[in-house]
Design a protein around this ligand. Sequence first.
Ligand code: AMP
Length: 542
Amino acid sequence: MLGLMQEWPLNCHKLIDHAARQYPDREIVSRSIEGPIVRTNYAELRQRSLKVSQLLRRDGYRRGDRIATLAWNTARHIETWYGIMGIGAVYHTLNPRLFPEQIAWIMNHAEDRGVFVDLTFLPLLEKIAPSVGSLRQVIVLADAKNVPDVNLPNVVAYEEWLAAADGDFAWETFDENTAAGMCYTSGTTGEPKGVVYSHRSNVLHAMLAALPDSMGISSRDVVLPVVPMFHANAWGLAHSCPMLGAKLVMPGARMDGPSIYELLDTEKVTFTAAVPTVWLMLLQHLEETGKTLPHLRKVVIGGSACPRSMIRKFQDNYGVDVVHAWGMTEMSPLGTLCTMKPQHAETEGDERLDIQQKQGFTPFGVEMKITDDDNRELPWDGSTFGRLKVRGPAVARSYYGGTGAEQFDEDGWFDTGDVAHIDHSGYMQITDRAKDVVKSGGEWISTIELENLAVGHPALAEAAVIGVSHPKWGERPLLVAVCKPGKEPDKSDILRFMEGRVAKWWLPDDVAFVDEIPHTATGKIQKSRLRELFRDYRLPGD
Ligand code: AMP
């Protein structure tokens, strides 16, 4: 017997319809690429998205066509997403921080037919476009008067293009499993792999992201997604915020400390989210200027491990709650978030930080387990670590074109490539990427744990640990560190600071000071590059 409830396909345009009906005047504020702050609201945003749909149809795009975006976080970028999805086409976010050849490879693989591009990225697109055979239209997200002469096919200025539509258009209807969006993993090794989100997975993810023990956002919040829309869907915020009616503040191209602070302050932002590197810049700005964060209630930090010292500073110095989160492009992207379960609600000080340093527990809609290399499930005891595997309605079941099939098993589990332990209360902690873990004498050493510890040293700005080959142990950890301006600690200082806080045999064999640590296009430490740089490094006593 079947239930007798209505079929109501989970299409993404329903999110923006809801926002426009229930919260028509709620603002979306953007730092425009041209410079000034511009304001729109959900009613206008929906209207302009409908025009995007109408014109894409007029220009010959069809259901399933991939249409790329090469853009910062602005209201215009959100309009293009809803407009593309509204005709059943697929928005494909491109990460401008990748090398031009990688972007060209990705666009060719996805066979992008059109691209919405910010002014900033026109020179980049000029390098890429000649090698992308499928590309037939370039829509520049600006007024005609701001679009320079460029060597690109079929260039139109977004505002003039949009002016040709009257918005008398209805979203198309299609199955909720229709593809909605696409994003390639950054692929530090091997070729990038395409993740294809569906309308259903985006809507379900928007819901699970918003839950009180996930991001916990409401219509009363003012949300600043610093995490780019090209980095795993801005962690779902461009879907969750319209669903909730939260005010959005979009930072455009400027993510430095002073620019972010200005928006937090003038727009009275209550909730924000980004990777740790962004928050390093903001905290440094606050320390230099003595400014405070009176409006900010909560910050979600993920994408790479959040250092304990960062959680402490936000909470103790500025009264801002930190939610540490873990996820990946393949998971839409949220996997776990670290809020306090009832048994931990009253914990304070170091005990609370111990919990908050973990990446947290899964919301409804994500299942996880850890296994050994033979796929045997491991206990949730807070110390045994193994391969982290996940499944759920917003987790990929395969990559575009079927590459990387070995990461998916027949029971639907996706091997994340992360190594983690899970404690009795269900809190997961990432100890490494499977390929970064240091294997010393057959035992595993967590590089992330060592890095977290090292950056707690008052003289260090950033730290990375890599395995360096060792004749006796196979590999031993080397700490690569960047000092804060004006600080010159010596190696023994740093090692003494770490002593007693991890097992003795985990302590790095040496410390190498560098001016800069290389990062990937999504802000993670580029361990592969570091390993290359230190390939011939000789540890003391070797
Ligand atoms: P991406 O798909 O670019 O978002 O990268 C996903 C990967 O980033 C994960 O598989 C993890 O290795 C890493 N990652 C994300 N969040 C965290 C976190 N909070 N702590 C440690 N690693 C993280």
